[in-house]
Design a binder for this molecule. Sequence first.
Ligand code: DUC
Ligand code: ZN
Ligand code: ZN
Length: 467
Amino acid sequence: MTQFDTIISGGRISTASDTFHCDIGIRDGRIVALGEQLGSAANVIDAAGKWVLPGGIDSHVHVSQPSGEGIVMADDFESATRSAALGGNTTILPFCTQESGVPLRESVKAYHAKAEGACYTDVAFHLIISEPTESVLGQELPALVRDGYTSFKVFMTYEGLALSDFQMLEVMAVARDTRALVMVHAENYDVIRYLTDQLERAGSTAPRFHATSRPIIAEREATYRAISLAELSDVPLMVVHVSNREAMEEIRRAQQKGLKIFAETCPQYLTLTADDLDGLNMEGAKYVCSPPPRDAASQLACWEGLQQGVFSVFSSDHCPFRYDDPQGKLVPKGRTSFRWVPNGIPGVGARLPILFSEGVIKGRIDINRFVALTATNHAKMYGLAPRKGTIAVGADADIAIWDPQIEQTLTHAMVKDGSDYTPYEGMRITGWPVTTLVRGQIVARDGRIEARKGHGTYLKRDISQYA
Ligand code: DUC
Ligand code: ZN
Ligand code: ZN
């Protein structure tokens, strides 16, 4: 009888703190040994010359979310987790949106039904709170937090989603009582509404005006206000998808005061600018996301935030729509105004290669920070540690084996999500995750899926280590 189901041998292992060479012994989906000459195994994966890292955890993705009349999100749970696994991820955290007038528990059940049997990676859910009614605040949310939905997102903008400051305070009070983590989309709703009206009246309706309608000031002001409300409520806060220096400065100031304010940035804020929205005809729609990509100075600021610890997580904000599709970016109404262009871009498959290549290979961050930003901190932040997010005895064998030598040009065919484009098309990328194991099983290898659909499982989460 062999001692292990799988041994990964000869690789260079990095965690969020260390880099070392040894073999990894895996049994029953977990790491059970780290050492040399581990003995025999049913399967041996030769990782000589490769980098062996914790599988990525992408804690900000949107899958199968209702997105407005006539608009369909490009990914279901199968295609989103396929792309995630091919891109070196082993867990994703999509959102369950509260539907108007529907008990929150019903919305959660509906997402479970969509994910059940469909996933290649593991999955856990955040909640989106759009109607903080008495029963949601008093009964549903506390019960759902107890059941493992330990984080929820609130929006400060968007019709049907934006909460007033009063409502934000009510949600934060529940978070304080239950030790849940609040995530916030920080943009000033009235500023955006006002500017959108002005732009439309002036006939400035092309996709590029999406960026004009959501200036840095709108993000900075809302970031400051969200932090103030969290300070008043004495709760930790995660500011998601931060795009620029001014918002970052609000976050840094709060962090320096000792407040538990955390922040996330995403690949689009490192690699795209508002000029990308400027394409001919509707091409710019491919880059419509919120907050919008800014400029080169903002990109530099976001890199500094990753280097200096202002950002603790780097996520994709994968929110995929097909481009050449009347139910996607080319929805007929979108031609009349940027206001109606589906908001979001794909990225779950490209997130890790982009940060590896632009960050680690180009020397902006080291490999340990890469692991922290893409896996370990997500696990700690969202109640998945110590089971997920690291390479240690006892942890799930969620592992991505990287070839740091591969150089290629990124194309949509490589990320294989349900969309028909990648906003990062044409980027030169060095390093690629060649093998992804989820709980010890090879799910993706050399650009192909090898596991059965449904190998991915739902994860009930603990309270955040930071809450
Ligand atoms: N916010 C997100 O987090 N994702 C897509 C759109 C948005 O506004
Ligand atoms: Zn958002
Ligand atoms: Zn998002």
